[in-house]
Write a protein that binds this ligand. Structure first.
Ligand code: HEM
Length: 352
């Protein structure tokens, strides 16, 4: 396994070979990331659902950093208290229920707006020309969609470019300060627009924006890149858009072991960090479907229905276009180590 760099595998083309090669490989410890690597889809599914592990810590880490460097991270710490993915036990159960209720209430309204939103942003796929898919289409479309879900004015969050990167543990202090400033300004905007809103209402809105933005952006960008490459030369009307996106923007998730357990002959001890590669579900050899991109068990994604409606709406619009789209260039994003997302995806659109 030494030939692979598990810090960057998720954005490296070599990952396709890795996930196709030996899907039954056992977990192993990677010294570079200091995590146990889980790349076998069946293990991924079992371990992500297990209650012997909990999500990695975030609020506590920022509390420690604030103390050590004398820096104010109070807004980041506030946000982490409302992101279910970063919580455990009773607090998690309470916040998860609140999120579930909020999203269920908004679902009809949000889905009702999707066709107009998609048609307005994807129009460039129906006329000849060169487009920068990430900057000109995916970013503004996902920004508007995420704000719609969260009930935030898109204008209020327009300077929030790195919000979801708060999950990146490798950020330096300056980047963390910039994230704190972004979250602080978004929190102030949300509060000023919703007079009398409780901390929980404000915190949850922050959480929806943070949880939705980069996963949607990465999933859409990476999936379009894969499909347009695999179907190079075919008119968009002939591209088979699958019901589930073929790639995920959330390539892996990390957990910490809290109770010892054994899995497939490997023993895990409390304190061990485990990196579960959800990208392993994107390969045809995987015995498990891509529905697992959304996780499983007590932390399974609550944004799954809205994410699938989004994908299917984009797919329906593109597959009705009488054009051909040819990938000219693609560069993966390298500014964080958490999401899989193209930075650049340039495409030439011509009549089919
Ligand atoms: C294609 C886009 C998306 C993907 C691939 C995705 C993936 C995931 C994954 C893998 C998890 C579980 C993480 C874990 O077990 O540690 C998760 C959790 C979550 N996602 Fe998503 N997500 C997407 C979009 C969204 C959207 C749009 C929302 C809504 C705002 C959302 C809300 C949530 C929430 C609330 C959780 C935490 C659940 C909990 O911890 O109880 N997600 N997501």
């Amino acid at each position: 396994m030494e030939s692979y760099n598990f810090l960057t595998l998720h954005r490296d083309e070599a990952r396709h070979q890795y996930f196709s090669d030996d899907i039954s490989r056992a977990p192993f410890f990677d010294p570079r990331t200091k995590t146990w690597i889980i790349g076998n889809p069946v293990d991924c599914r079992d371990i992500i659902s297990s209650n012997k592990l909990i999500p990695a810590t975030y609020a506590e880490d920022y509390e420690a950093l604030a103390e050590r460097f004398g820096v104010d991270f109070s807004n980041l710490i506030f946000a982490f208290h409302y992101i279910p993915l970063c919580l455990s036990g009773e607090r998690h159960a309470h916040i998860r229920m609140a999120v579930g209720k909020f999203l269920a209430k908004r679902r009809d309204m949000v889905e009702g707006r999707l066709p107009e939103l998609v048609a307005r942003h994807l129009g460039a796929f129906r006329r000849e020309g060169r487009i920068e898919v990430m900057g000109d289409i995916v970013e503004p479309l996902v920004h508007e969609y995420t704000c719609l879900i969260a009930g935030i004015e898109p204008e209020d969050a327009k300077e929030c470019h790195r919000t979801s990167q708060i999950f990146d543990k490798s950020s330096n202090l300056n980047k963390r300060k910039a994230m704190e400033a972004e979250i602080a300004s978004l929190r102030t905007m949300i509060a000023s627009r919703s007079e009398g809103a409780s901390d929980e209402e404000i915190g949850l809105r922050l959480a929806y924006f943070i949880l939705g933005k980069d996963p949607l952006k990465g999933t859409l960008g990476s999936s379009l890149y894969r499909l347009l490459t695999e179907w190079a030369g075919s008119p968009l009307t002939e591209v088979e858009f699958p019901d589930y996106p073929p790639e995920t923007g959330v390539p892996f998730i990390e957990r910490i072991v809290i109770e010892p357990f054994s899995h497939g002959g490997t023993s895990f001890e409390p304190g061990n960090r485990v990196r579960i590669f959800l990208q392993s579900f994107s390969h045809t050899q995987s015995p498990l479907g891509r529905s697992n991109f959304f996780g499983a068990g007590s932390h399974a994604c609550l944004g799954r229905p809205l994410s699938l409606s989004f994908w299917n709406s984009v797919a329906a619009y593109l597959s009705a276009s009488p054009m051909r789209a040819t990938v000219l260039s693609h560069t993966p994003r390298t500014t964080d180590y958490v999401f899989a997302c193209p930075d650049v995806l340039s495409v030439d659109v011509t009549h089919a």
